[in-house]
Design a protein around this ligand. Structure first.
Ligand SMILES: [Zn+2]
Ligand SMILES: [Zn+2]
Length: 115
């Protein structure tokens, strides 16, 4: 099994939305854009190089419609996208794409340590 980036891998101090951050790290399968979704307050961190960027429109109630679209390629994410494993990102890929600095201390070292 590939090591995937999970909520506990994120350094939570980087993220500020509701004060009770529950963070879901994921990526767009079409364009590899990485994002983090706070499922406590339903805020989308839509640009991880600029964590103040939370401008993407999020659908908070209509489960028949996409919850949001990828800000880079406009791919629609289904309302319950968190249940869909295809959006999870392998740890190696997350770091390769340049967002390793958002991980908690020691997480990146797991790659070097091997399985
Ligand atoms: Zn929040
Ligand atoms: Zn995309």
């Amino acid at each position: 099994m590939e090591r995937l980036v999970e909520e506990r891998d994120l350094e939570i101090a980087n993220f500020r939305c509701c004060g009770d951050e529950d963070l879901y790290p994921f990526g767009c399968p079409d364009c590899n854009h990485l994002m983090v979704f706070c499922y406590e307050c339903e805020t989308l961190y839509d640009d991880l190089t600029e964590l103040g960027s939370k401008g993407t429109l999020v659908n908070h109630s209509d489960i028949a419609s996409p919850i949001f679209r990828c800000p880079r390629c406009s791919r629609a994410f289904e309302y319950f996208f968190m249940r869909n494993e295809q959006y999870k990102v392998p740890l190696a890929k997350w770091i390769e794409l340049g967002d390793g600095h958002l991980l908690a201390k020691g997480v990146a070292d797991e790659l070097d340590a091997g399985p």
